[in-house]
Design a protein around this ligand. Structure first.
Ligand SMILES: [Zn+2]
Length: 73
């Protein structure tokens, strides 16, 4: 059972390695100068966010002119 859980965690970790599509949920810091989106809600780029963190689809984030955060490239 423990092995199974570990495997599951490893597999879910790998999700970020999959090429995101426009339907992928991304996280955006809702500040006036927030120009980045994040695939990982625990990204250290988001930790500095003193505003609300909003969930968007990748397609929506791109329409708003957001680019991928430099920690996750
Ligand atoms: Zn990030």
């Amino acid at each position: 059972m423990k092995t199974f859980l570990l495997l599951f965690l490893l597999l879910s970790d790998c999700k970020t390695a999959i090429t995101p599509t426009d339907n992928t949920i991304v996280y955006v810091c809702e500040s006036s100068n927030g120009k980045k989106y994040h695939l990982n809600p625990n990204c250290k780029g988001l930790r500095n966010c003193s505003h609300r963190i909003v969930k968007l689809t990748l397609g929506e984030a791109k329409r708003r002119g957001k680019t991928l955060c430099h920690w996750e490239k």
